[in-house]
Design a protein around this ligand. Structure first.
Ligand code: A3P
Length: 285
């Protein structure tokens, strides 16, 4: 067996693939997690810009929050660890809606859901599979894309993930953010985040946050603070150097053959036919 085999590194829970860094026992117990009313969940399909939004929230002055590691990362001792955090918790996760702990739903915790166009997400995840020792090795882009379209990748199908969350898009405790909109008008997206969290920021704070969370700034900081276990945002790595690759919109064009694009577009049209989010990301795919 190769050291980066699928069987060793991934396992299925409720029909969805997870990294073995998320223990079966922890995944089975998610509903016993005690959410607090003021918890904020930072939710996304992997490679949608989670680290970026986490950094933005951490850079908001006087936010009084503590960014935790992902709720699904680790073993059952996780909940005890999260209980010890006295501050308002920002809890990242790549879980689909149905797996989110029931108390988070009952208490209507604030939820930020980040979406990115699925073609760039697929390319980004392909590189993650190749570079991240916690994910199985991947022979080629073509074979990865097949798995992605079938939903046979970590956290399952992009389509199912987004659609599961879209049902709650208009709930008052939910904010949808689009990676492409953040790239296009960062300040507008930042103001959406601060308004949603009920925090005021002034112009000089806005420009400081903009500077601190730029792709180049975050990439160079990652190189300095590599592997800080207290700064884990994605349940698939603690090595931040693997995260900051290109940070652009439209890189998919360099990967998809015309045939692959057609197959992707057909599936996209079928799966997203009644989806408003689908219409929003359509212009980028
Ligand atoms: P690429 O692989 O296309 O470069 P996540 O944080 O959910 O794992 O998403 C990672 C993706 O977000 C990567 O995409 C990464 O480069 C991009 N990203 C991270 N920080 C960013 C930033 N500050 N600005 C723009 N993109 C960023």
């Amino acid at each position: 067996m190769s050291s980066r085999s699928q069987t060793r590194l991934l396992h299925k829970h409720m029909g969805v693939l997870f990294s073995t860094m998320s223990s079966e026992e922890l995944l089975d117990s998610l509903d016993s997690f005690e959410a607090r009313e003021d918890d904020i969940f930072l939710v996304s399909y992997p490679k949608s810009g989670t680290h970026w939004v986490a950094e933005i929230i951490e850079n908001i002055p006087n936010a009084g929050i503590a960014l935790t590691s992902p709720i699904e990362l680790g073993n059952i001792s996780k909940f005890e660890e999260l209980k010890m955090i006295p501050k308002r918790r920002v809890i990242p996760t790549h879980l689909n809606y149905s797996m989110l702990p029931v108390t988070a739903k009952q208490k209507q915790c604030k939820i930020i859901y980040i979406v990115r166009n699925p073609k760039d997400t697929a390319v980004s995840l392909f590189h993650y599979y190749r570079d991240n020792p916690n994910l199985p090795s991947m022979e080629s882009w073509a074979s990865f894309l097949e798995l992605f379209l079938r939903g046979d990748v970590v956290y399952g199908s992009w389509f199912d993930h987004v659609l599961s969350w879209e049902e709650h898009k208009n709930d008052k405790n939910v904010l949808f953010l689009f990676y492409e909109e953040m790239k296009k008008d960062f300040v507008k997206s930042l103001k959406k985040i601060t308004a949603f969290l009920g925090i005021n920021v002034n112009d000089s704070e806005i420009s400081k946050i903009t500077q601190n969370t730029s792709f180049s700034e975050m990439k160079s900081n990652a190189a300095k603070e590599n592997c800080d276990p207290n700064h884990v945002i994605c349940a698939l790595t603690s090595n931040r150097n693997l995260v900051f690759r290109k940070g652009v919109v439209g890189d998919w064009i360099n990967y998809f053959t015309p045939k692959q694009k057609r197959a992707f577009d057909e599936l996209f049209t079928e799966k997203m036919k009644s989806s408003e989010v689908g219409r929003c990301v359509k212009e980028y795919v």
